[in-house]
Design a protein around this ligand. Structure first.
Ligand code: HEM
Length: 84
């Protein structure tokens, strides 16, 4: 194969391959938190990679922190929403 050829892999196929994830057809959210897991987690790239990868990726990771910070500030009385 020529070095200039781009190769694309189906994200679904990669994440449903037992070589990468155990019980790949089961919904096991804890697989992402288990430090002893032998799953190859970087096989999952939900935001894609490379120059055409997701531009919103950093925002997506930041957004929950912004929500939690706002909730904490509100509960401490540090900021309030105006009632209309
Ligand atoms: C969990 C949420 C998200 C996921 C899983 C996701 C995933 C992706 C993926 C896989 C692509 C590449 C699509 C392709 O190959 O054609 C992409 C592209 C893109 N995403 Fe996201 N995205 C998310 C949220 C967002 C958000 C919140 C924004 C904007 C604030 C955003 C902006 C973009 C843009 C502008 C592109 C096009 C990049 C380009 O073609 O150069 N995404 N996203």
């Amino acid at each position: 194969m020529d070095a200039q050829v781009e190769v694309y892999t189906s994200a679904w196929s990669v994440t449903h391959d037992e070589k990468n994830f155990h019980n790949p057809y089961e919904f096991i959210p804890s697989r992402w938190l288990d430090p002893l897991s032998r799953d190859i987690k970087h096989a999952s790239q939900p935001f894609s990679l490379g120059p055409r990868g997701c531009l919103g990726r950093k925002y997506v990771f930041l957004q929950p922190e912004l929500a939690w910070s706002l909730q904490a500030l509100t509960s401490l009385g540090c900021c309030q929403f105006r009632k209309r």
